[in-house]
Ligand binder design. Structure first.
Ligand code: HEM
Length: 364
């Protein structure tokens, strides 16, 4: 039966050729390593977020009066609602971890260099969209934690000179976080941002496929690839088939990450859903310690370290612009970390600084 369906499709769409070209006939470098599986891990995690998000939408009510109770109902009354909700909340945190690892590995291996500038740029945009999805989703349960964390996060925009106060009001839909903010964040979280992300994922994968996977820059034989001035696909005639050889390795890594997701969801969801998240939002009771999520702590603390919020915001903007434009700034063809001591030193110091500032933010 399946054979007949495939035959039918093959006559019309040439599916066998397509399958062959993209699986057994698609060769990836023989030395490809586990870090290259993180892109696929992200695809799987985003797929899961879409699925759990749609299921949550069935019972969630985007109204400031009802949102908190609707989440309570999902967790306490809807069959397996707790599982879907916790998978979605823990999954969002795991996505940030994997996004960071994917970005750091691509940075370390110099895969952002010519001809992969567009792959990097689209990835960098997706990284920011991913964070925006987390920020907007965080408000939706309308808990004390989400209400006040959003107040702090949107407050930061007020430091932009001249348009700051207007910008804050635009983000919130009102002078302070309120029902209008919930409406805006809901629309962004379920329509605008996922739609933009899907388009970008498509473009990112197109770039990856068109350029070909980069050869890991390690080992005695690794040499900087000569990149010409005309389009050419990076071929690996001596490589291994993407399917089934590399796909099995990727599947093992995907399973490992899913096991972590399920483990945290079942046994320690409180890591990402703390106690403050169990109280409904009260605009008149400011909690003693308001902190953003762990991935925004570095930004939150930078605003406090600098003498003015504006300088802090400018420093963050400069860092993000530098990262976005890195492939156009760092133009050498050398990708081997051992031959890029300046880059590796800045990479390690930068990473340690972000971690240290985040820890400082957590305890301050
Ligand atoms: C929604 C998020 C993302 C998805 C689904 C995704 C997916 C993928 C996939 C499947 C690959 C091919 C395999 C691999 O090298 O991992 C890839 C490669 C790549 N990604 Fe991403 N990615 C995402 C985010 C990012 C981010 C945040 C960056 C960097 C800012 C980035 C930069 C790159 C680069 C430069 C490559 C080429 C690697 C090479 O050929 O060596 N991606 N991505």
């Amino acid at each position: 039966m399946i054979r007949k369906v495939v035959d039918w499709l093959d006559v019309r769409l040439g599916v066998r050729e397509l399958w062959e070209q993209n699986t057994t006939g698609y060769l990836v470098p023989r030395t490809i390593n586990a870090w290259y599986a993180l892109g696929t891990v992200l695809l799987v995690l985003f797929g899961l977020q879409f699925l759990t998000g749609i299921l949550l939408l069935i019972y969630y009510i985007p109204d400031a009066e009802k949102a908190f109770d609707s989440v309570g109902r999902i967790v306490n009354e809807v069959p397996y609602g707790w599982l879907i909700r916790n998978l979605h909340a823990v999954g969002s945190n795991l996505i940030v971890v994997v996004l960071l690892l994917h970005m750091l590995s691509v940075l370390f291996m110099g895969s952002y260099k010519k001809p992969r500038e567009l792959t990097w740029l689209s990835g960098f945009l997706m990284f920011n969209l991913g964070l925006a999805l987390c920020l907007t989703g965080y408000l939706l349960p309308w808990s004390q934690l989400s209400f006040w964390a959003t107040t702090v996060a949107t407050d930061a925009a007020g430091a932009v000179p001249v348009i700051g106060p207007k910008l804050v009001e635009f983000l919130r839909g009102s002078p302070s976080v309120g029902p209008q903010t919930l409406g805006r964040f809901f629309a962004l979280h379920v329509v605008v941002l996922p739609g933009a992300l899907m388009g970008l994922i498509g473009f990112h994968l197109f770039c990856v496929r068109r350029c070909g996977i980069s050869v890991p820059p390690f080992g005695k034989e690794a040499r900087p690839a000569r990149v010409g001035a005309v389009y050419s696909h990076e071929k690996h005639p001596d490589g291994i088939p993407f399917f089934p050889n590399y796909t099995t390795e990727e599947a093992a890594i995907v399973c490992f990450v899913l096991a972590v997701l399920v483990g945290v969801t079942f046994f320690a969801p409180e890591i990402f859903i703390p106690l403050d998240a169990l109280d409904p939002a009260d605009p008149f009771a400011t909690p003693e310690h308001i902190k953003p999520e762990w991935y925004f702590l570095w930004a939150y603390q930078t605003l406090k370290i600098f003498p003015s919020k504006f300088l802090g915001l400018a420093a963050q903007g400069a860092l993000m612009t530098f990262l976005a434009l890195l492939p156009f700034i760092d133009r050498s063809e050398e990708r081997r970390p051992a031959r890029r001591p300046l880059f590796v030193t800045c990479y390690v110091i930068g990473l340690l600084l972000v971690v240290a500032v985040s820890i400082w933010g957590h305890y301050s």
